[in-house]
Design a protein around this ligand. Sequence first.
Ligand SMILES: Nc1ncnc2c1ncn2[C@@H]1O[C@H](COP(=O)(O)OP(=O)(O)OP(=O)(O)O)[C@@H](O)[C@H]1O
Length: 547
Amino acid sequence: MPDLEKHFLRLRLLRPYWLQLICAMVIMVITSISQLIIPKGIATFFDAPQAINFDAKLIVLLIISIVFLSLLTATRFYIFEKIGIDLVTNFRRNIHKSLLYKPVSFYESINIAEVTSRLTSDSEQLKDTLTVNLAQFIRASLIAIGSLVSMIIISPSLCVVIFLILPFFLFTSRFLANRFNSLSENVQGNLAESNKVAFDNLNCFPVIKIYNGYNTAEQLYQSSTEKYVTQKRKLALLVSSVQGVLFSVMYLSLAIVLILGIWQIQNKYLTVGELSAFALYLAMAFTCISTLADFFADWMQCIGATNYLFSMNADIHKPTIRMATLNPNKLTSLKLHNISFSYPSRPESKIFDKFNLEIVKGETLVLKGSSGVGKSTLLKLLMGFYSPTKGNLILNNEILSSDEYNFLRELVSYVEQDPLLFSTSVYQNLSLVVNDIPDEQVDKLIIDVCKKVNIHDFIMSLPDQYDTRIGDRGTQLSGGQKQRLAIARALLKQSEILILDEYTSALDKENRDNIQHIVNEHFSDKTVIIVSHNETETKEKHRIVYL
Ligand SMILES: Nc1ncnc2c1ncn2[C@@H]1O[C@H](COP(=O)(O)OP(=O)(O)OP(=O)(O)O)[C@@H](O)[C@H]1O
């Protein structure tokens, strides 16, 4: 991504908040101008021929101005904080949405823990940079320009000092930009890496406990955090060095200005008041330059830290529906025609080569074959999780483009060997499937299906019944309970095709017979594709395909 575009993309996030931004900026200009008036007032005070009389009116005016300015400052802070919170949340929502729409192959190339860590920590970098810090930058720029103009008006000759140090700032900022950018990218990368290790260790805790892997796990995490610490320290060193150099340049030039200023006073070119005002404006300008340097470092860090997330934020491509020809809600036929396939991560290993299969509506197809031959892969192709390397998927006599595989998924329910469940409640796991049905009917539908798969009584015995949370990927349930819940989910979808991958492997005989009976009853007129090593699941009327 070209450099300018990177800056622009981040600034574009502010677009929806332009009105709030303008309000905050106007307030900022008012408070900045009032800040600029103070040194001028001090100069008038010093140079006044007789002492200024502090009467009651002046004091009341002063108090009102202070209260008014304080209120404006608080409002400005609130507006920027609010924009920051909304902006980061919306940014996270957009990234989350585009992650959901990524193809299956994408999930194989990433680590979920790393991405979720980046979604929270990397995006947080945008909050202050694009709001409070950007505002400070604009405010500091305004004050710096105002101070500079005031200094030129007071004494153009003393301003020469400032113009001498300007090239120094320009040169160093150009040099530091790339350094900040790359260091910051490394810091966020290392942070995500250490989160990945922590996630792995905690996820595999039974293995660590049984095989006494505490030391290895600890060392892995330690070395991953060490890399983060090294990069973060380098960044801190760079920021501190910039501050140190700025400090010395600032005070050196202030000293030069004072020496030259005293000489000018002695030779009547300048008054004491003018030199005081000049020095105050100069100090103000330097404080602002220090803020600008801080912002510059912060901005470059923000660009580096969010590069990864911006690369994830692709446009979501939704296919247009060819309703007329495809009629995706009704299955008439499904064919795999001359399919060749290898996984994107292992292109050299062909799982299928010119493979053909026609699935007839209403039949039950049993896929058999030795371990690793490609039974689950075939199911993934039928669900449109991957595109064949060669050949076509033909639905209702229409060749599907890879953009249209979601039509296949609309037709399919899927129950796998180790069902994937959300860590939410039983109810939320099931209601996810039920769309376009009035809320009041959903409860009854869910309870009916759970009764059918013989899990309702168990759910009612849980502390919060259907609202009980079931732990990460359903860890608080037995293998059989998870599978019955997954079958309930599949029944709720009422799809044309039911895909069952070793679906009864965790069930005892009684429950297996019960589930098989339910499947036979509810999907008698539907298409069922089963991957099974279990002979009891194969009946005479089933078509067996050996891979
Ligand atoms: N995501 C993946 N990336 C790369 N290779 C994969 C992936 N998933 C599976 N494979 C490989 O593809 C081949 C077929 O795997 P698949 O899971 O389809 O076999 P299977 O017939 O279902 O096996 P099993 O009966 O043991 O479950 C295997 O060699 C496996 O290592």
